[in-house]
Design a protein around this ligand. Structure first.
Ligand code: TYD
Length: 207
């Protein structure tokens, strides 16, 4: 019987650069002999990817948004994440429930008590073992975003929205300090990558 895999998530406002750095995290884990499943939210299964398209591109209110991201999460956990962890594979997920608290909760102003209830129902106690929070000033992130892509429903939001989202991440990090590592994502990519690898050495090297 394999030891169970560990569950690592990456978070941060749009434009923080987390997706790029997940390549380095994956390489670091593989070098240590771990099987790695790279996935994302909303998404990670055929059904959840369909829900992602709706959430990112169709107009809807915050409760609908929250229900759809949690529906996607439920499918993703059951079909993909839980079986992988049980088989000893490490799961590297680009965003998870902290994003729901940050975007739907703080960004949209939706009731975080309801989100906490949905979290309990959907996750049945499952939480990431480690969350890398790529933290950057929302103005810096906005400049990075405008350079590279066409905006979806979230990326099109203003600076005030992303300030609230960032506050939401800070609140989640404050509530779960053992799980969160804040990475200063303002620097050059190489500097940020060094910080990510240092965080892994400290927090993920034991397994
Ligand atoms: P993102 O992960 O940034 O993907 P890409 O790099 O392809 O743009 O996009 C996902 C978007 O979904 C992001 O703007 C945050 C949003 N989101 C929520 O609002 N709630 C959630 O629970 C999750 C997981 C994501």
């Amino acid at each position: 019987m394999n030891a169970p895999g560990r569950f690592i998530t990456a978070e941060g406002i749009d434009g923080a650069g987390k997706t790029t750095h997940l390549d380095a995290v994956e390489a670091w884990l593989r070098q240590r002999g771990h099987g790695v499943l790279r996935t994302r939210e909303p998404g990670g299964t055929a059904l959840a990817e369909t829900l992602r398209e709706l959430v990112l591109h169709r107009p809807m209110d915050a409760l609908t948004e929250a229900l759809l991201v949690f529906a996607a999460r439920r499918d993703h956990l059951q079909q993909t994440i839980e079986p992988a962890l049980a088989a000893g594979t490490w799961v590297l997920c680009d965003r998870f429930t902290d994003a729901t608290f940050a975007y739907q909760g703080h960004g949209r102003g939706f009731d975080t008590g309801v989100l906490a209830a949905l979290e309990t129902w959907v996750q049945q106690g499952r939480q990431p073992d480690l969350t890398l929070w790529f933290d950057v000033d929302p103005a810096v992130a906005a400049a990075r975003r405008s350079a590279v892509r066409t905006a979806d429903r979230f990326e099109a939001e203003d600076l005030a929205f992303f300030r609230r989202v960032r506050d939401g991440y800070a609140a989640r990090a404050g509530a779960a300090p053992a799980r969160f590592v804040r990475i200063d994502a303002a620097g050059a990519p190489d500097t940020v990558r060094q910080a990510v690898l240092a965080a892994l050495e400290t927090h993920a090297a034991t397994a």
